[in-house]
Design a protein around this ligand. Structure first.
Ligand code: AMP
Length: 627
């Protein structure tokens, strides 16, 4: 990084993150525990200030010394924060000119500590600054900090002051939804000057925000210009409510089964268990629940995703209602144009029902490629890189620099979109299964020019589950790759016979420098001949195995109907091909592809008569089945 570094900071109510964007693209910086999420918690005791995970973990032991959620107090008067006070464990009082002050008991013999919200926020910012400095190995003095879209002047000013107290110049305050859009490169396009309209749906643990933005590519220092067209939300609605609904269900069922309600002191335990169940249901269709009630027995049940979804539907409905209101208030500005993207932010947007409903509401497949907890910080770092002149619009691309494909049987990669294809690009390929009765299909997505998956860059994987059992080769898997103008790759899989679908999103170029793209391309040239041979062998093995299986089954049933010389020659062809396949499987260099190809062709030719007999038999309704 040649210029003075500018870091991106998401200064959140519950968690804060710091990110940087350099030649490797935007990335968050993890703290000592390995997580980039730094709890916005500060404990003041024994003359020391403890920030982050340690302060959060011990908050219940030191409720009056630990400041949580201070963002709710920033730049606001005591009167304005009245509704928040019952949720805060520490004392809040009026300071000069109606501002808020946090009062914490002093150490024994010392006076109470009275702090402004700015000072507490500064402690969090200082912690993030140090994290970035130890990661970068140099001093950091400037930051782009995100603020909620609804923050007024006083709240913004308080954020700037907090930065100054932490030794950071806030070179720009960026609305959180704008940062989320920037993380996806939305609004950075300089070639195309048409404005983009983006919805940012942010559902965290305790709050919900919806924003509709307009991003207009512009000239000058910033490559974009943004306007917030509408905001909405609910400061008391989030994933925590889902936990309470699930915990309530458990409580009701325990009461119904045992005749006794769970003890009040078990409430927190029930809520934590409910959260674990909820998180599991984002990935799985079912979650097992088992609670040992002591003498009252054991409460055991399996919660399905469908049951969970019907429980939380009213919560999700409330967020969707707010989205509709926001859309309606942006109606004049949108002038009938559809939205270009919907971006998801906040841990609760991992819930599949939330993703589905947001998609339906905005009539768009929402963006999910980036971690919803990190997207705001990543976007802040993109804005920082733009301001530092380090990388202007680096996320943008005109062509796809490296081919994109999926892994096929045997570890080869079937390329779906070839390198140098202009964006946006879309391509569809048909695949099938190689094993009978396969009910799930794993799709692994790769990037690169080499022929084998092991030599390419793995971008991610997903599963298409719930397929009805079918013989190998019968399922029709339609795999679609779509790279949009912002370089976001969506891969979707549809099994046509059953209608089952699954999909994923990634940003293939994150973390790739231009030098790496060159190196990967060069390697493919160096290995081209060997790679082609290997790919050919792997495909021949897969196809030969399918042939051997199909012909072998029919041979067992109908060989009695073949004239003996044909039967013997067919049997010899099968033995020969089996032998070659076994050798090639053990070592792909052990067999020449042409030899394998010829053996496969010979078997195909030798099996013509058998195929005719088998077709005739199936036309007769399989009455010829022997035995
Ligand atoms: P945030 O405030 O953005 O950190 O979001 C925290 C909320 O996201 C909490 O309610 C978590 O329980 C919830 N959450 C985190 N991961 C998941 C997940 N995989 N599925 C559902 N909810 C999640």
């Amino acid at each position: 990084m040649s210029h003075e570094p500018i870091i991106g900071i998401d200064l959140g109510t519950t968690n804060s993150l710091v990110a940087i964007c350099d030649a490797q693209g935007p990335r968050t910086i993890p703290d000592r525990s390995g997580s980039p999420l730094v709890p916005s918690a500060v404990r003041y005791a024994q003359g020391t200030t403890v920030v982050g995970a340690d302060a959060r973990r011990d908050a219940t032991a030191h409720p009056r010394h630990t400041v949580l959620s201070v963002k709710r107090l920033m730049g606001r008067s005591l009167a304005e924060v009245g509704a928040d006070l019952p949720f805060l464990s520490y004392a809040v009082e009026a300071g000069p000119r109606g501002t808020c002050r946090v009062r914490l008991p002093g150490d024994p013999g010392a006076a109470d500590l009275v702090l402004s919200p700015e000072e507490v926020s500064a402690a969090v910012l200082r912690h993030l600054k140090l994290l970035a400095e130890s990661h970068l190995g140099r001093e950091v003095r400037k930051a782009v900090i995100t603020v909620p879209a609804y923050f007024d002047d006083a709240q913004r000013q308080a954020t700037r002051t907090a930065a100054r107290l932490a030794g950071l110049e806030a070179v720009r305050l960026v609305p959180e939804p704008t940062a989320a859009a920037l993380a996806y490169g939305l609004g950075l396009s300089s070639a195309d000057r048409t404005p983009r309209h983006v919805a940012v749906y942010d559902l965290g643990g305790g709050t919900f925000d919806i924003s509709i933005l307009r991003l207009t590519p512009a000239e000058g220092e910033d490559p974009f210009f943004f306007q917030v067209l509408a905001v909405g939300g609910d400061t008391r609605l989030g994933g925590d409510d889902a936990d309470h609904l699930v915990a309530d269900l458990f409580r009701r069922e325990i009461l119904a089964r045992t005749g006794a309600a769970p003890a009040p002191e078990s409430t927190q335990g029930l809520i934590s268990l409910a959260e674990q169940v909820k998180i599991r249901l984002s990935e799985h269709e079912t979650a097992p629940v088992r609670i040992d009630l002591g003498p009252a027995g054991v409460y055991e049940r399996t919660l399905t995703r469908a049951e969970f979804e019907s429980l939380i539907t009213p919560l999700v409905d409330r967020t969707i209602d707010r989205c509709r209101i926001a859309l309606a208030s942006a109606e004049t500005e949108l002038a009938g144009k559809p939205l270009d993207a919907a971006v998801l932010v906040g841990g609760s947007t991992r819930i599949p029902l939330v993703r589905r409903r947001v998609g339906e509401c905005f009539n768009l497949e929402p963006y999910t490629a980036l971690d919803p907890d990190q997207v705001v910080a990543l976007g802040a770092s993109v804005q920082a890189a733009v301001l530092s002149g380090d990388r202007r619009g680096t996320l943008l691309l005109d062509v796809i620099p490296l081919s994109l494909g999926v892994e096929t049987v045997g570890g080869a990669v079937a390329k779906v979109i070839m390198r140098n294809t202009p964006v946006p690009a879309r391509a569809t390929e048909m695949f099938s299964t190689s094993v009978d009765n396969q009910t799930a299909f794993r799709l692994t997505v790769f990037q690169g020019e080499r022929e084998m998956a092991a030599d390419c860059r793995r971008l991610g994987e997903f599963h298409l589950r719930g397929l009805p059992p079918m013989p190998a080769g019968i399922p029709q898997l339609e795999i679609t790759f779509l790279v949009d103008a912002n370089g976001v790759l969506g891969v979707s899989a549809l099994e046509r016979r059953s209608g089952r679908r699954a999909s994923m999103q990634v940003i293939p170029n994150h973390g790739l420098t231009p030098e790496e793209v060159d190196r990967i391309e060069q390697e493919s040239v160096t290995h081209a001949r060997e790679d082609m041979t290997r790919h050919r062998i792997v495909d021949l093995i897969a196809n030969s195995n399918l042939d051997l299986k199909w012909i072998g089954e029919r041979f067992d049933r109908f060989s009695g109907e073949l004239p003996p010389p044909e039967r013997d020659s067919l049997s010899a062809c099968m033995t020969r091909l089996r032998g070659l396949v076994a050798r090639a499987t053990a070592d792909w260099k052990g067999v020449a592809p042409d030899e394998l190809h010829q053996a496969k062709e010979s078997l195909d030719r030798a099996s013509v008569r058998l195929q005719e007999i088998s077709i005739a038999a199936s036309l007769r309704g399989s009455t010829a089945r022997p035995g």
